[in-house]
Design a protein around this ligand. Structure first.
Ligand SMILES: [Zn+2]
Length: 105
């Protein structure tokens, strides 16, 4: 994964039209203007959700970029988090629900 300009806000970190929602902060990059993208040629994570191991998902919940995750991955993470109180707290703390809702749109 390489850091680059956020493709949603073009590196500004904000949307004027969404100023009424969290000050217009870009959800994709969390207002940083930077995002991570997967170089072409690598399989998107969404292509292999069935093979996700719970240890891998747990790691993603703890330190992964939830806002850059495809929906299938977030869905799997949410399922794992919901089964564990402390993991669920971490999931919410890291904005998992927002990332999930955003990806579901
Ligand atoms: Zn952005």
């Amino acid at each position: 994964m390489l850091a680059t300009e956020c493709y949603k806000c073009c590196g500004t970190g904000h949307f004027k039209m969404f100023a009424h929602i969290e000050g217009g902060r870009c959800f994709q990059c969390r207002g940083t203007g930077k995002s991570a993208y997967r170089p072409k040629g690598l399989a998107p994570a969404a292509a292999v959700p069935a093979r996700f191991q719970s240890a891998d998902l747990r790691e993603r919940i703890l330190s992964g970029d939830l806002f850059a995750m495809p929906f299938a991955e977030l869905h799997a993470c949410k399922g794992l988090a919901a089964a564990d109180d402390s993991l669920w707290a971490t999931w919410n703390q890291r904005g998992g629900e927002r990332a999930f809702e955003q990806a579901a749109r």
